[in-house]
Design a protein around this ligand. Structure first.
Ligand code: ZN
Length: 510
């Protein structure tokens, strides 16, 4: 039963969160500006602005006023029913409040100090390919991260790792992730070995033809507008590391990067960020709920499913390029006029095992992630000593991707994540790919002529499906529930494998 008149403790709680949301949006705006247009000389003052805002926001998020309002709402049995939007909102506000308040101040301070030392040590170790010099600092960060997990707590039968994932992918456990990752890992290893042994690699040299950056930018704006990104309520700018930030109602900022001789890289990153942007624009931020969980993204994995779907399922497909290749030729003075559609589509679906995760292709990417998941889980559980990390990394790399890692800089030292104590974060990348593939199968069943629609540049039905099944719900359901509601099944590995087989094998004439 919907509640006719919402009680004051609930409306006060919403108003409080809304104001915190407004502060957070100001904080996001100043960081966006720092990455895009701020003059270098403004860095010192900007650091003060950001840290003042962060302090005010943290104070609000941990305040007793907020705690009391949540407790009053929880005690109100009419309100506190999880099947209603209000009940779900209260449940999620409790989760955020607990995460913000459960850690002792000493632990937060020690962790911050250890993180900044470990980052410096990591930079030095990576530059000099010197893992031993990083062991002490990494050990400190991981010990404190484990302590953090213990403070958060986890259900019986679980492990510390579960408490850490909870920050990024609520209501997911290491065991659940393992159950999907293991079959995926084994089948992917066979898949890429088969491609290498029996396939003919597609021609890709023409992808590196020189295209002026301004023309790439105009093309990126044209395609993302066609996908449904509302430029009256957003922007596309340039940064070294692309990102997307949904400030608040009517304002979503995407960034991308351009290289004159790597046009597919810009298309991939622009469509990726556009997927994040469409999700942000589809969240119900317009009304009173801005700043509350109901108007926020459910998890990193679901956010990534949106970006990966537009980048990969749409952006590497034949239907999309049937529409987009002529548009590209219009923008680029016929740069690809001599390339037929099939040759072009094959070229954007290559698979080549390599050492660096962020440069890897759609097929091998997940093996990079699963390797990190297995290693960080073992380190946090105490089953893998930090000094043994390089050997463990290299032997897994050989068995997953078939390559001998030449040095630790291209091995276990390549990512900054662990020096930050970011444990439980990596799996969300592959969860995103898995969610995307599973949704994609349902979308293809629900919209049988989706290929014909995309082939003429019509993405309306696809976006409407995402709006209805994913975007509008915010955090009302957990990621797993959302997946089940949208696809009728729990998360499985098969759809992603099927997607890659359908896509990549033909590119290798198999
Ligand atoms: Zn992303």
């Amino acid at each position: 039963m919907p509640i006719a008149i919402l009680p004051k403790h609930y409306t006060d709680l919403i108003a409080f969160k809304r104001e915190s949301g407004t502060l957070s949006s100001i904080s996001a705006l100043v960081s966006w500006d720092q990455e895009t247009y701020m003059p270098t000389a403004g860095a010192k003052a900007r650091a003060e602005q950001s840290s003042l805002l962060a302090g005010i926001i943290h104070e609000r998020n941990t305040s007793s006023k907020l705690g009391d309002l949540i407790a009053q709402c929880e005690a109100d049995t009419d309100l506190n029913d999880e099947s209603t939007p209000e009940g779900a909102n209260i449940r999620e506000m409790r989760r955020d409040y607990d995460l913000a308040t459960k850690l002792p101040t000493d632990l937060v301070k020690n962790l911050a100090r250890a993180q900044s030392q470990a980052q410096e040590a990591w930079k030095h170790a990576r530059a000099n390919n010197d893992f031993p010099s990083f062991i002490n600092d990494l050990t400190k960060v991981l010990d404190l991260t484990r302590e953090k997990g213990e403070c958060y707590g986890y259900p019986e039968g679980g492990e510390v790792y579960d408490a850490l994932i909870n920050e990024y992918e609520p209501d997911t456990t290491a065991k659940e992730i393992e159950a999907v990752f293991t079959p995926l890992r084994d089948r992917l290893s066979v898949f890429i070995a088969d491609l290498a042994a029996n396939g003919t690699p597609p021609k890709v040299d023409f992808l590196h033809r020189s295209i002026p950056v301004e023309k790439q930018h105009a093309f990126g704006q044209a395609i993302t507008a066609q996908l449904g990104f509302d430029y009256n309520a957003g922007r596309l700018d340039t940064t070294t590391h692309p990102f997307c930030s949904g400030f608040g109602p009517g304002d979503t900022r995407m960034t991308t990067r351009y290289e004159p001789t790597n046009f597919p890289d810009a298309v991939g990153s622009t469509m990726h960020e556009c997927g994040h942007g469409l999700y942000e624009q589809g969240l119900p931020k317009g009304g009173e709920l801005f700043g509350t969980p109901l108007a926020s993204a459910v998890s990193l994995g679901i956010h990534e499913s949106q970006s990966r779907m537009w980048e990969n399922m749409v952006g590497r497909g034949r239907p999309f390029w049937n529409w987009a290749l002529p548009v590209a030729n219009e923008h680029f003075d016929g740069a690809f006029d001599d390339i037929d559609l099939d040759t072009f589509v094959k070229s954007v679906n290559t698979c080549a095992p390599s050492f660096i995760r962020v440069e890897s292709d759609e097929s091998t990417y997940n093996l990079h992630v699963m390797l990190r998941f297995e290693l960080e889980r073992a380190m946090i559980a105490g089953d893998l000593a930090i000094k043994d990390l390089p050997d463990a990394w290299n032997s897994k790399f050989k068995s997953f991707l078939g390559l001998d890692v030449p040095d630790d800089a291209r091995g276990c030292l390549q990512d900054v994540h662990w020096s930050f104590g970011l444990v439980g974060y990596f799996p969300t990348y592959t969860l995103g790919n898995l969610y995307a593939a599973q949704m994609w199968e349902t979308i293809n069943e629900t919209i049988p002529d989706i290929d014909e629609q995309m082939a003429v540049g019509d993405f309306n039905a696809l976006l409407a499906w995402l709006r209805e099944n994913i975007h509008q719900h915010g955090r009302r359901y957990s990621a797993a529930q959302l997946c089940h509601r949208a696809t009728g099944k729990p998360l499985e590995a098969d759809p992603l494998i099927r997607h890659l087989e359908r896509r990549v094998k033909p590119a290798y004439n198999m």
